[in-house]
Design a protein around this ligand. Structure first.
Ligand code: PAF
Length: 284
C-alpha cells in the first residue's frame, strides 16, 4: 500500500490509474480505524480497481475543541489495518495541506442538515461538506463509501453532492456492531470500563423499541427510549428522534412514512455516542 501526504502526488497517481481505465473507490475517514471502517474499505476493494482511504481528523467539523484534541490518532496501526484488507492507497495529509488558507465556504445543505446533529452541533455539517467536497475534488472517485451509523451525515453529503453537481455513486454501508450490539465507533476507545459495560444498552433499547412501537404511539416510543437510557448510570440522552428516512423530518404518526428511522445521541460519561435503527424500510 502506498501512503500519500500531498494532494499533488495522490492526484498524479489517481490520474494515471484513471488513464489506465481503472475505477476508483474513495473511503473518507478520520482514522482510528475499526471493523466498521474496514467494512467500508472491503466493500470498496470488492467493487473498484483501486481504493483510496483518506485519514484526516478534520478540524472544521469539530465544534467542541476538547473533542478534537481527544480524537484518537493511530496512523501506523491504521496503515497496517488498511494493508491487511487490500487497500491500495492511504492519503494522510497535514491540516496545512488541506487548508493552506481558511476555508470560508458556507454550504446551503437544506432541511436535512437543520435537524438533530445540525441543531446540537452548529457548523458541524458545514465542516463535513468542506472536507468531503475537497476529497471528492482530489480523488474524483467512481464510488464513495460512508457508514450508515452516521445516518444524517450521508443525507447531508448527498445534498451537498447534488448541489455541487457530483454524479458518482455515494454508497451507504450498514452499521457494524460488536457482538453485544454496540455500534462500532472510534470514540468507544474513550469509554471507561463501566461505561463500556453499559454502552450496549443503547442498541438493546433501540431494538426493543421496535416491539414497543407495535402498540404505542411515536411519542410514547420516544419517551420510553429516552427514559430507559437516562436511567442507566452515567448516560444522558441528548436527543432521540423518529424521522422520515428520506427527508429526516420528525414524524408524528407511524402511518406518516414508509421509511422510518430512529436516530439517537447519548452521552455516556463524557463520550458522545450515536446510533440509529430502522422501524420500517421501503419495499424494493
Ligand atoms: O464520518 C467521518 O469519519 C467524517 O465525518 C468524514 C466523513 C471522514 C469527514 O471528515
Amino acid at each position: 500500500m502506498k501512503v500519500f501526504t500531498t494532494i499533488a502526488e495522490l492526484r498524479q497517481q489517481l490520474d494515471s490509474d484513471r488513464n489506465a481505465g481503472k475505477t476508483i473507490g474513495l473511503v473518507p475517514t478520520m482514522g482510528a480505524l475499526h471493523n466498521g471502517h474496514l467494512q467500508l474499505v472491503k466493500t470498496s476493494v470488492a467493487n473498484n480497481d483501486v481504493t483510496v482511504v483518506s485519514i484526516f481528523v478534520n478540524p472544521t467539523q469539530f465544534n467542541d475543541k476538547n473533542d478534537l484534541r481527544l480524537y484518537p490518532r493511530t496512523l501506523d496501526k491504521d496503515c497496517e489495518l488498511l494493508e491487511s484488507v487490500g487497500c491500495d492507497y492511504a492519503f494522510a495529509p497535514s491540516v496545512e495541506e488541506i487548508y493552506p488558507t481558511e476555508d470560508t465556504r458556507v454550504f446551503d445543505l437544506g432541511p436535512v442538515a437543520e435537524v438533530m446533529e445540525g441543531k446540537y452541533r452548529p457548523g458541524h455539517f458545514n465542516g463535513v461538506a468542506q472536507i468531503v467536497s475537497k476529497l471528492f475534488d482530489i480523488a474524483s472517485p467512481d464510488n464513495a463509501y460512508f457508514g450508515e451509523k452516521d445516518f444524517q451525515q450521508i443525507a447531508v453529503i448527498r445534498a451537498m453532492a447534488a448541489q455541487l453537481g457530483y454524479t458518482f455513486n455515494i454508497v451507504a454501508v450498514p452499521i457494524v456492531r460488536e457482538a453485544d450490539g454496540l455500534a462500532l465507533s472510534s470514540r468507544n476507545t474513550r469509554l471507561t470500563e463501566s461505561q463500556r459495560r453499559n454502552a450496549p444498552k443503547i442498541a438493546e433499547t433501540l431494538f426493543k423499541s421496535r416491539t414497543f412501537a407495535a402498540n404505542h404511539s411515536v411519542k410514547e416510543t420516544i419517551d420510553n427510549v429516552v427514559a430507559t437510557l437516562n436511567a442507566v448510570p452515567e448516560m444522558r440522552v441528548e436527543y432521540y428522534e423518529i424521522i422520515d428516512g428520506n427527508t429526516l423530518q420528525p414524524i408524528a404518526d407511524w402511518n406518516d412514512s414508509d421509511y422510518i428511522v430512529g436516530c439517537i445521541t447519548v452521552y455516556n460519561g463524557e463520550v458522545r455516542l450515536i446510533d440509529n435503527i430502522a422501524y420500517r424500510r421501503p419495499q424494493p
